[in-house]
Design a protein around this ligand. Structure first.
Ligand SMILES: C[S@@+](CC[C@H](N)C(=O)[O-])C[C@H]1O[C@@H](n2cnc3c(N)ncnc32)[C@H](O)[C@@H]1O
Length: 294
């Protein structure tokens, strides 16, 4: 395989990418050419908030071709196009053969939640001290245990007295990791819902792989009252969802919220004040876990 590497200003990325696809590139990757430099600009915004900019100011576009002549022909053809002015060909390079599956897998090691509770990809043996394990491979949905927000929720689940989780709602289930964790730690019944149908599918498959029974669906599938409501989303949607989530918690039940930065604690407390008294019960890498007993 050979890769053609280009430096492309924001306005030309789409035209160059379309042209490379038309030239039979096997794959395309677009990276921020200014990443990790002083010129890097953040592009993400919270859901509901506009991103600060539509695209990176300069992208590194890398197109993969089966042969060197194909890569070089593509470079010559592109260079002759009007839309290519302002772009730069960085070069054509041989891509050494590698075991890509093994390389990808090596980036995902078992994740420790507590010394006895681990998240373990299927290609790893669980650590000897693991008494409780969730089997999970990285997929399309969020939630592999590598993010602090997920780990804090799982730690909270693992720290509850046995049989106290009761009926559980995982609102924004992603991969289903919290719902599966709740089922493994004694929940009597678990509903897992998400606005993303791909996350719902992913949760169903992960539940099967872990031999636990969940009810999965879109948010409307959450019905009735729950002893425990878990929601690891982000501060802005969590504020909007305050009445809905609190209405789902039984009197005496627990509300557990994550996806909140330390500096957002007060705004969350304020948004939930009419329904519940939130407090910070854990923190990791600048993220906090907020909980309330209703
Ligand atoms: C940060 S991920 C959390 C995944 C998993 N629960 C975990 O803890 O790792 C947030 C999930 O919430 C879902 N989500 C975002 N807004 C939502 C909403 N308004 N209602 C339901 N799900 C939502 C997203 O699709 C995503 O799968």
């Amino acid at each position: 395989m050979f890769e053609l590497r280009l430096l492309v200003p924001e306005a030309a990325v789409e035209a160059v990418s379309d042209a490379l696809e038309a030239l039979d590139a096997l794959s395309l990757s677009v990276e921020d050419a200014d990443a990790q430099t002083d010129a890097e600009q953040a592009l993400f915004g919270e859901p509901g908030m506009p991103p600060p900019k539509d695209g990176w100011q300069r992208s590194r576009v890398i197109a993969l071709f089966s042969t060197e002549p194909q890569a070089r022909d593509a470079s010559v053809l592109l260079s002759a196009q009007d839309f290519f002015s302002g772009c730069e060909v960085l070069g054509v390079a041989n891509v050494p053969e590698q075991d890509w599956v093994r390389l990808t897998q090596s980036q995902f090691a078992p994740v420790e939640i507590t010394p006895e509770f681990w998240i373990v990809p299927t290609w790893h043996e669980p650590p000897a001290q693991a008494r409780q394990v969730i089997r999970l491979d990285p997929g399309l949905a969020f939630g592999t245990g590598t993010h602090p927000t997920t780990r804090m929720c799982l730690r909270w689940i693992a720290s509850q007295p046995s049989a106290s989780l009761g009926r559980v709602l995982d609102y924004g289930c992603g991969s289903g990791i919290l719902a599966i964790g709740a089922a493994k730690f004694g929940a009597t019944e678990v509903d897992a819902v998400d606005i993303d149908p791909a996350a719902v599918d992913s949760t169903r498959l992960n539940a099967e792989a872990n031999a636990v029974t969940l009810r999965t669906g879109l948010p409307d599938a959450a019905q009735g009252a729950y002893q425990t409501v878990l929601a690891n989303i982000l501060a802005t949607p969590l504020k909007v969802l305050a009445p809905l989530l609190c209405e789902r918690v039984k009197p005496g039940g627990a509300l557990v919220l994550a996806g909140i930065l330390e500096r957002q604690a007060d705004e969350l407390k304020l948004a939930y004040a009419p329904y519940a008294a939130l407090s910070v019960s854990d923190s990791e890498e600048g993220w906090i876990l907020m909980t309330a007993r209703l």
